[in-house]
Design a binder for this molecule. Structure first.
Ligand code: AMP
Ligand code: MG
Length: 331
């Protein structure tokens, strides 16, 4: 099987989206763009369809999926939504904020990895929203990459990883955020940040009136998001973080012609492949495709700039740390 790639940006009549929606209803897999990264979608109410997602990605079965809905009422269908959930939806949906809430019985255990909670979000991407609406079912969708690889931020990256494992890829162009959604557990007394993402910590703190509890810190350690245990986002070649300038000594063994650099500040050693971004938002947007590009360019090692932690920089640090093989615990 070779995936049909359909550019839905130029579509006038909605034919491709209707076909994609039909595939989803039939229990098949469809890749679609969201504002964060591309998602590998299946009908979230169909346990067997969801199993295919795990197979296609090579994803460990104990890593639960996020259920995508077209509006807040879609969330009520799969979760018991607490008052705080309604308020967060009003403020941050559609957008890259995933809420972990008690699951209703309709949600198969393949989606939740056997947990009593389900993760739900409403993406801010017209193609994704229309697809979910047309399908008429909630759509479980992790990132459309092979498990452990850098997340796909354009259709070409999806094809590279899953081109022969899915039926249809909807091409909506490059994604806006480039990092995944922020995952917030709202089942307890205080909201717990399970994964930093597109919505910054500052915005959540301002809204909640307190800083969400971070993983690794006491209470949150038990709430730990299962998926964050794994090494993830990693290119095939070693990646070093420019946390300080000693990084240049570490990459000394590689010749300049074998070194790649990605980030905001210019490198302090000569590197054959360089991708510079003007700010932290565009660094987040471009990181994963830069990593894939660099692997293919013939580079043998990558140095990645260490951004400030403000705004999306907090999530970017988490992804970079994990791409380098380090711990997933954000500071
Ligand atoms: P991905 O689909 O690769 O973007 O990853 C989804 C993230 O959401 C992973 O880190 C999961 O562990 C997390 N997640 C999904 N469902 C739950 C849940 N019920 N409880 C805690 N974390 C969840
Ligand atoms: Mg993923």
């Amino acid at each position: 099987m070779r995936a049909k790639v359909l550019d839905v940006r130029r579509e006038q009549d909605g034919q491709a989206l209707r076909e994609a929606a039909r595939l989803l209803r039939e229990g098949r897999l469809v890749v679609f763009p969201t504002e964060t990264v591309y998602g590998l979608g299946a009908n979230a109410l169909d346990g067997e369809a969801v199993l295919k997602v795990f197979e296609a990605k090579g994803r460990p079965a104990d890593n639960p999926l996020i259920v995508h809905v077209a509006d807040p009422s879609g969330a009520e269908r799969v979760a018991f939504v607490p008052e705080l959930g309604r308020k967060l939806m009003e403020r941050f949906w559609p957008g890259p904020l995933t809420l972990v809430m008690p699951a209703r019985d309709v949600v198969p255990s393949t989606v939740t990895a056997g947990l009593s909670t389900v993760a739900v979000r409403m993406p801010a991407q017209p193609i994704a929203l229309e697809l979910i609406r047309l399908a008429g079912v909630p759509v479980a969708a992790p990132s459309a990459n092979l498990s452990g690889r850098p997340s796909p931020t354009d259709a070409a990256a999806v094809e590279e990883d899953l081109g022969d494992r899915v039926e249809m890829i909807l091409d909506g162009g490059p994604t806006h955020f480039g990092v995944e959604s922020t995952v917030l557990d709202i089942t307890g007394e205080r909201a717990v940040l399970l994964r930093p993402g597109g919505i910054g910590l500052e915005s959540l703190e301002e809204f909640l009136g307190y800083r969400p509890v971070l993983p690794g810190a006491g209470e949150a350690a038990t709430h730990r998001s299962p998926g964050t245990r794994y090494r993830h986002y990693a290119p095939k070649i070693p990646l070093f973080l420019r946390e300080d300038e000693s990084v240049w000594d570490k990459v000394e063994p590689w010749a300049a012609g074998q070194r790649a650099y990605v980030g905001i500040r210019p490198p302090l050693a000569s590197c054959a492949f360089i991708r510079l971004f003007p700010d932290v938002e565009s660094y987040a947007r471009g990181l994963f495709s830069a990593l894939r590009e660099m692997e293919k360019s013939g580079a043998r090692v990558i140095v990645a700039d260490w951004p400030d932690a403000a705004r999306v920089g907090f999530a970017l640090r988490d992804r970079l740390r994990r791409a380098s093989g380090g711990s997933s615990i954000p500071e």
